[in-house]
Design a protein around this ligand. Sequence first.
Ligand code: ZN
Length: 211
Amino acid sequence: MESCLIGTNTTSSYIYIQPFKLHKCGETNRIIEMEKKIFKLESINPINNMLQFTFNYSINNKYKMLRWKLLHFILPCKQLLLQWHIQETSMCDLCNVTEDYEHFFLKCQFFHEFWKKIYVLVSKIKIGSHIFNFKTLVLGYKIHDPMYNDINLFLTVLLYSIHKSTHISNYKQKDIDAYAVFRNEFLKTYEINIYINAKNSKFLNDVKRYI
Ligand SMILES: [Zn+2]
């Protein structure tokens, strides 16, 4: 049987995994077609590039898992929970609109203050807010170019922090400082990255300076 999905070694949080590419088979074929349709992709290269990034540069397994689930559209949001017959509505509890990934990560009023602070942060480090859109969150920003690995690591920490904040607020039922969650996650990632790569890039140092 052809292997199309590669497992991760969970014995270490910081383990590197050999690069691999998607092979067209079964479930993976469905995902490729879905991604191509949603993002109007002309090839599967962006998906493969994100997989390479995920398993070679995502620092630890919780980020790898988040990226993997997001790329395969199996990270829960209410739109998917309805499709999976786990919940009876796809509506965001706060905003009364469909909670798809775009709403979950980018538009929900629960994260309004969080995003205001993130926009201030990226303006200080001179990164345009154009890096924040549905496509770049799922498929990465210029993911084909390793020069942008640290920006994509930053985006991964950001996505993880939104996801984590959603859950520790009991799905937006109680207030939480999501920016503090993000700051804490970033600083931990910053230290791990030094441990792995001996030093951090100017970009990561700038984020640490202004976060
Ligand atoms: Zn909402």
